[in-house]
Design a protein. Sequence first.
Length: 357
Amino acid sequence: MQNIGKRIKDLRKQNDLTQEKLANLLGVTDKAVSKWECGATMPDLALIVPLARLLKVSTDVLLGNAPPEQDERKRYFDEEYFDFWNKDDHEADYLIAKEAVAEYPGDYRYLHWLGTVEYYIAFRHQDETEFLAAMDESIAHNLLVYENASDEELKNSALWTVICAYRYSGRIAEAKKYAEMYPEGSPTTRNDALEMCLQGEELLILRQEMISDALANLCSKLEKHWRFESPALPRTREAVLATKTIIETVIPDGNYHYFHFWMQFVHEKLSDIAQADGDPALAVEELSKALYHASERDRSMTGGKHPYTCPILDHYDYDFSSSRPIGSCAEYMKTELREQKRYEPLRHREDFKALLN
């Protein structure tokens, strides 16, 4: 027990962990960690794997089943691997990474490390044949990682390097093939990967699609600050006006298509704000604008592709083919105007009644 306790203590210090932090990460008490390290007790069997992962060693190393020289060698490679991303001496790293792969062929981190170094070194070759050979080595090693590793982040990183290697060696069709395999849910999206591989009209269309997606995402994030919040809050007012301003800035000609959805709700909220400010005429005016956008939503959602006409999106068509409207947005809004309590103070007004016709 003394040996494993000493290893835990040494590895904990190497990873800059206090007994308290190690205990918190494992869900035990710092007293338990202290007992392990002094040899009074051993960790529960269920904690061995997470403890080894936390201390960045194999269970064999943690339990003392690996030769001491192997422990040191692995530790050396791990330190070099983690430090590689902060260095620019790729030739030296290439030799170390080759040794790491040779000695630990099953560690796909090292293989990705080698493939990444090969990618960077390729750009230092003046000769075209040597440049392509280095890129091919990088592609081969990273594809092995992508096809065999279980860590999704590592797989995605390897796939990204493959895409870049094909792209910057002029093999656009191959780059696009692998870009289309890039997962949608990653921090770097499939469209980010495809953007590197497309040219001309295709590239312009993709970039405009990405702008449309980003605009929709920003509207969604801003909505959380205003849709169901009190109209009296300054944050609510600023957020709803920001949403309106951003949409009108990107699409200044009013040909909103999908974004009629957001403009309807923006004007409904501006109506609530006008009521809170004691301005019923403005409240009805905002509802009239909201109803217009609801009607335009109905028209757009009849299906098919609808081209934007503003300069920022003029090569992108919003495709409503997969939309499945369950009814008229305008009629649904009129039902809300008739039934929702928040519109009660406006129902005696002639201009409000006119909205329901």
